[in-house]
Design a protein around this ligand. Structure first.
Ligand code: PEP
Length: 254
């Protein structure tokens, strides 16, 4: 009942020319993807270029962050209205790099989720524990708290319009992926939490992505897990051949 979503987070990579080259490569090898959703999230500066290339194709466009106001004196910020204007339908919110490097906390992240929903952008809410937190046996507590904090006070209808990305911080950009079994366990916990917040029917329909050193050689095993509904991919989304192999994961689910 959930359509898998394969999303590329390009982070602060790709000039407009490089973005064009990557998207042309993706479109060249994409083929039939009618049973899955494909998304690219370029840096703000390449959104316009990528929008023109993906219009009318199966590739959707997303941004990597958004501010909470529609417009105003917020130097350097980008609003949800501007993202819609550029053709974005998704936005990543609360990525661990935003949390750790830019000091974003649960309160701001919750406001960003709401701002995205208000303007018809589907937020991809990122959650995940650090290595010390996992080693201390606190991973589930931390992740559940992040989900609850970001979604506090939301209606089931609102929660139904978000995507969650479980991204253990220690796995991002390190080559150290969570095992499929560990990732599945956390995804099941997140789905249970969503059920408590919005009801089991809503929870059963929400896409929960795994992110953290997903590569062509581990995507199939991850996607075989019943609660892993896709992936948010960083490094391996920067080259057409590796992202295409991830997009074309083998559907081994029963
Ligand atoms: C990410 O940026 O969300 C990510 C998961 O990065 P990587 O795939 O490089 O670990």
């Amino acid at each position: 009942m959930r359509t898998p979503l394969l999303a590329g987070n390009w982070k602060m990579y790709k000039t407009t020319g490089e973005a064009r080259e990557l998207v042309e490569g993706l479109l060249h090898g994409l083929g039939d993807v009618s049973d899955r959703k494909v998304l690219v999230c370029p840096p703000f500066t390449a959104l316009h270029t990528v929008r023109d290339l993906v219009q009318g194709t199966p590739i959707a466009l997303g941004a990597q962050d958004v501010y909470i106001e529609p417009q105003g004196a917020f130097t350097g910020a980008i609003s949800p209205v501007m993202l819609r204007d550029l053709g974005c339908t998704y936005v990543i919110v609360g990525h661990s790099e935003r949390r750790a490097i830019f000091g974003e906390g649960d309160d701001l992240i919750g406001k960003k989720v709401r701002a995205a929903l208000t303007h018809d952008l589907m937020p991809i809410l990122c959650v995940g524990e650090t290595k010390p937190q996992r080693d201390a046996g606190e991973a589930e507590t931390i992740v559940v708290a992040q989900v609850r904090a970001a979604l506090a006070g939301m209606t089931p209808d609102q929660i139904a319009r978000i995507v969650i990305a479980y991204e253990p911080v220690w796995a991002i950009g390190t080559g150290d992926t969570a095992t499929p079994v560990d990732a599945q366990a956390m995804h099941a916990t997140i789905r249970q939490t969503l059920g408590e917040l919005a009801g089991t029917d809503v929870a059963a329909a929400i896409n929960i992505l795994y992110g953290g050193s997903v590569k062509p050689d581990n995507i199939d095993d991850l996607m075989a897990q019943p609660d892993i509904d896709g992936s948010l991919v960083g490094g391996a989304s920067l080259k057409a051949d590796s992202f295409l192999r991830i997009v074309h994961f083998l559907p081994t689910r029963g």
